[in-house]
Every structure is written in structure tokens, then in C-alpha cells.
Ligand binder design. Sequence first.
Ligand code: ADP
Length: 503
Amino acid sequence: MAQYLAALDQGTTSSRAIVFTPEGRPKATAAFEFTQRYPRPGWVEHDPGDLISSQVKALKRAVSEAGIEAKDIRALGITNQRETTLVWERKSGKPVYNAIVWQCRRTAGYIDWLKEAGHAYFIRERSGLLPDAYFSASKIRWILDELKLQERAEAGELCFGTVDSFLAYNLLEGRPHVTDATNASRTMLFNLEKQDWDDDLLRLFGVPRAMLPEVKDTAGQFGVLCPDILGAPIPVTAMAGDQQAALFGQACFAPGDVKNTYGTGCFMLMNAGDMAPAPEGGLLATTAWRLNGQAMYALEGSVFTAGAAIQWLRDELGIIKDAAESQALAESVPDTQGVYLVPAFTGMGAPHWEMYARGTITGLTRGANKAHLARAALEAIAYQSNDLLRMMAATLGRRPQVMKVDGGATANDFLMQFQADIGDIRVLRPAVRETTALGAALLAGLGVKMFSSPQEAAARWQLEREFVPDMAPGTRKKLITCWERAVKTTLFDASGRREAPCS
Ligand code: ADP
């Protein structure tokens, strides 16, 4: 009987497909990059055809490399870059414009106008999000305005979808127009508490309901893959945004369970239970997943510059040849000698939320060298993550004992140990680092009733290494105080005032 699970992971720079064994181990992986389009400064687009073709190619390659037949796949899950916006003709399936990628800033002015008009609180209360050009709503508005499509949208001739929805429309039999509750909660049109499109938000953004997909549970029947793709009608039984899929793949099922993904930036999500939380500062509230009609919520926060600070050491300063070298360099000195790097290259995220802040190095002395700087850069990733963690813990009123981690920079043992030390938290690094795809595959297994509960699915989560906190409380307190002073210097610089240096 078919027992393999497969996941499509449609990311920002590549489309991946992974076949998992029944034990949750990757059997074969394939990935294809596609072109990033920058038609103007700050604009980012993808060709919708590229998304489909790269994804289909990856799936075919993964299945062939796994050496299995399509009928051996019990179910398929789809996970995807979130918020990226597509509009297409219902009849022909033809996109009316390129996919407008989450990073695209073209609607920043419109969002500023919304904020100035006093809509920020209302948007946050209903959607859990902060008004920002990232989310889909303003991108839909732009497409309808620029291409003069409002009437056709009202008449139901057009479909809006995030990437999950667009893939389902193109790859599933019968062209279902569907999405799931995690992706819907990134559009800024979705009522987090009611778990349905919000009429007032739709009115604010002028988006007709007629163009919206049906919002389904994260795991369940979405349809079957068109048999001409792999030769068998594989059930598609899960769809989830990438960060939510990773939260599931990390088995963070109980309130307070938290995962942090260390990539270019960091994405931290904490399970917030079955009541929509009211986040403060720069944190967002989002649907973690919805199963059997019951939503689970998460708090979400991000560190804008994490692994990118290590790329900066490599590319701009030239003090390391590759990212992995940062570990040995950092470990060649016992501490940073009071050097702090606040890598606010593109502003600072939660909890400070200061878009105009820029990077700062404090505490330089004549003896400071590249090893101190490399160590300060790695430590900065941990300090920033710890700031997020503390804010989430305060919002939920519970302090987690463990944090699950994934992403490229988790290969760095020094960083992982420092994270454990500074957060006074056990850091768990799993055997399978492809947690996003694993989460989508496990959700698909749940959707096809291969598992009876998330807990049963999660039995497949396996520890690779645990980092146990090993720092004296006094040392931790002093380091955090000094980090906070370095951050203050950065923030005060942004407003033109200076803070005294940390001794
Ligand atoms: P993304 O999905 O954002 O592209 P990845 O999960 O692939 O990110 O991780 C890549 C990032 O991790 C890069 O910014 C890189 O600098 C950083 N990185 C990779 N390996 C290491 C390492 N050993 N130590 C520190 N940073 C690393």
C-alpha cells in the first residue's frame, strides 16, 4: 500500500519537492530556482508560469530520484512563500499580471495613507497583522486599479489567490479555487477570530468576495493531482504557509511551544493556543493551522538581519571565506571584548520596530579584531532572537523551556550554544532540517488519516542535538544589559541622539 508522503515547497527563490519515507525521513529532494524579476527599484515579481513549471519539474525529479512510483505516494502537501499575490481569469486560468512577491514595496505609499487615515488599529484587531505592503490586500488593490479590473472582479470573472491557491488551481483536477486558513491569514482580508473573510476589511480594500478562494482547513481534502503530471491521481490533503508548516514540522503543538528559523533573517513562531492572541509591538498574530474546523493560533516575529550579517562578514568585509568559517573564528576568542554589532542594516524589527535605524558597532578598542567582530555578529543573531522570545513569552504569560530550531545558520554550533546560554533555554536541533516540507508532508498524512492526531504524526520528529544553557546568571544579565545599550545607541542614532557607550 502507498505509504510515502510528498511535499511541494514553493519558496521565494526556488521550488522544491521532497519525498518522505513513512518514518518521516527525506528519501529524495529536488529543487529548481527561477528568475526574480525587479521591474523597478523596490518591485519584485515572479512569472506565474515559472512557479508552475519549476514546481512540476521538482516533483517529477524527486519522485524519479526516490525510485518509487506515483501510486506509492499516499498524499501530497503544499507549502509556499506566503502573501505573494496572483490574480487570474476564472475561465481561462490565465494570470492577468505577474505574481507580486511579498517583498515588493510598490504599495508602501498606499499603506502609509491607510495608517495616516487611522485604519491601523482596526486592521490589526481583525487580521492580527500590522499594516504593511508585505501582505496581499494592497497588492490586489494595485492590480485592480492599475489594470482597471474592478468590474470584472465584482462580476466573478477573476480569481485571487496566494501561491498555494494558484498551484491548486493549476495542478489539481477540476481547478478548485481554494486556500487554507494559514495562507488566508496573511492576506490582511481574513478575520482571525471568525476564521472567515472579513466584510469590513474587504470594503476597506475594495476587494470583492467574488474573487476570493474558499478557505479550507489546513489538512483535509483539497482534491487530487491531475493524473497527467505523475501518472496517478495523488490526493492533495494539506496546504499551509511555509512558516506555519515549519511550526507543525517542529511539532510545536502546545501553547508556548516555539520554533525559530535561522536563514537570511529569522522567523520565530510560538504556538498561542486556540484563542486569537492580541500581540503588541511588532509581533503578529496568525493562524498556526486549522484542523477539523478548530483554529490554532501563533505569535510571529522576525529578525530582519540574521544570516545576512554573516554574509556581510564574508562579502563586504571579506574576513571569512564562507559562512561556516564564522564559527571557528568566533571560537578563537573567549568573548567579544565588549564589541557589539547591531546589524540594523534594514531597520530593526520587533520589539523595537524602527525602520530608520541603521547598523552600529559599539565598544571598539585598539585590540578589537576580526574574531571579535565575527563573534559579535553571531551573538547578535542570538540577542535579537532572544528579544523576540522574551516579548512572545510576556505576551502569552509563559516562559518556554525549549526552542526548536531550523534553517541554514543552525549548522553553527557556537551560535546554537550562545542562543541557549543567552536565552536560558534548551535549544533543540532536529535530525530533519527540512522542517517546512516535513510539516507539509505530516499535515498531508493527517489529512489522509494516515495519522489519527498531530501527536501521532509528530512521533516522526527526531532530535539531532540539544544545546543546554551553561552560563552564569550574572554573566547573562550583564551581556544582555550591554546588548540593550548597544541597541539604544542604534535607536538613538536613528532619532539623532546618542547614548553613552557600554563600559
Ligand atoms: P534562506 O532560506 O533565507 O535563504 P537558509 O536557511 O538557506 O536561508 O540559510 C542561509 C543563511 O544562513 C545565510 O544567510 C548564511 O549566511 C547563513 N549560514 C549558513 N551557514 C552558516 C553557518 N555555519 N554559520 C552562520 N551562518 C550560516
